[in-house]
Write a protein that binds this ligand. Structure first.
Ligand SMILES: [Zn+2]
Length: 304
């Protein structure tokens, strides 16, 4: 049996919001079983569950909203929680946006290592895809298809010589997420930066927290991976699929997709009768997620 997991202790960090440019303090706290992942805006006292039902704006980042109060840029933190198998936690922020830090999920992985993980006394149920569902918008598509593991196959293509085509397939485990996906940073095109700023977005963006692509190359010194861009798209997709609220057994097949399509295909899965069932861990997932052995130990910083 695999059990739900939360954090061992509180951890916190401070950083600026990518779009607002304002400083924000983030604290991650343990939570009881079936609490799920929830955001608490401590400055206004409103709690927002990290579920599909609370999705707000989705241009350039995913925002959660409830009663007119929102938390923006949640996807990298949610990806880290989902990728490392945290089911229940409270995320406190004292402003409208999660800090962007270095534009990847790596700082959140480090923070979660610092917190450590602890099993709860409630079995973990997985959302198993039984029938394919898809969301399509022109040449962009996102499909969820059956698989005994959580996997993603992602293809991107942009009208830019550096980014005509990148593709990557990955089976998600705590290790593959931490090593291959979490360090991949947000990226944007120089030609779009001015436009974003004019619309009040990316005010906190800089070469410290995003890869900026100019006409002939990246403005940053170097990439963390040759295919860092598609890896970041996978990171975003994991963060958006985390809004399903349960660990997924299925494969996302995405082409030129983004936050809106990731969420749309997830919504479609839940809305399609017979497209999924809730199951306890299958063989491979069970060995990977045993609460008292491998992952908990791997997540303790001293042993990492
Ligand atoms: Zn992102």
């Amino acid at each position: 049996m695999v059990y739900r997991r939360t954090l061992r202790r509180d951890v916190a960090c401070t950083g600026i919001g990518l779009h607002s440019g304002r400083p924000v303090r983030l604290r991650l706290r343990p939570a009881p079983a079936e609490h799920g992942i929830r955001f608490l805006r401590t400055d206004v006292g409103v709690t927002i569950p990290a579920t599909l039902a609370h999705i707000g704006a989705q241009d350039h980042a995913t925002t959660l909203r409830r009663d007119g109060v929102s938390v923006g840029t949640v996807e990298h933190l949610l990806a880290a929680l989902y990728g490392l198998g945290v089911d229940d936690a409270l995320v406190e922020v004292d402003g409208p946006e999660v800090p962007v830090l270095d534009g990847s999920a790596a700082p959140f992985v480090i923070l979660l290592h610092e917190a450590g993980l602890r099993p709860l006394a409630v079995p973990r149920l997985y959302l198993k895809v039984l029938r394919p569902v898809e969301a399509v918008h022109g040449a962009k598509s996102a499909r969820l298809v059956p698989s005994d593991h959580f996997e993603l196959r992602y293809t991107i293509g942009f009208d830019h010589p550096l980014l005509r085509h990148q593709a990557l397939a990955l089976r998600v485990s705590g290790r593959s997420f931490s090593d291959a996906i979490a360090p991949a940073r947000t990226f944007g095109f120089l030609r779009e930066v001015e436009l974003l700023r004019k619309s009040g977005l990316a005010l906190g963006g800089s070469l410290e927290n995003a890869v900026v692509i100019g006409e002939t190359g990246v403005l940053n010194n170097k990439l963390r991976f040759e295919d860092e861009f598609v890896r970041h798209k996978i990171l975003d997709a994991i963060g958006d699929l985390a809004l399903l609220g349960r660990p997924l057994l299925g494969r996302l097949e995405a082409t030129k997709a983004g936050h809106a399509l990731h969420a749309a295909v997830a919504q479609k899965l839940l809305a399609t009768p017979g497209a999924y069932e809730l199951v306890p861990a299958l063989g491979a997932a069970a060995t990977e997620a045993k609460p008292s052995t491998a992952p908990a130990a791997a997540l303790r910083p001293a042993e990492a």
